[in-house]
Write a protein of this length. Structure first.
Length: 51
């Protein structure tokens, strides 16, 4: 029972940390162009074939 005193706040802290990371990603625009990254890999670049 005493371990729950330690585990519950740790779990709540990690959940809040994950939620704040997700909200930061939303606000910084990480999820705005989902199709662009998927299509960008299919476009061939002219010029330097090594990149």
């Amino acid at each position: 029972m005493t371990t729950l005193v330690y585990l519950i706040p740790v779990a709540l802290f990690l959940g809040a940390l994950g939620l704040s990371g997700f909200l930061w990603a939303l606000r910084s625009g990480q999820y705005e162009d989902l199709d662009g990254a998927a299509e960008r890999i299919l476009i061939e670049r002219d010029g330097n074939p090594e990149r």
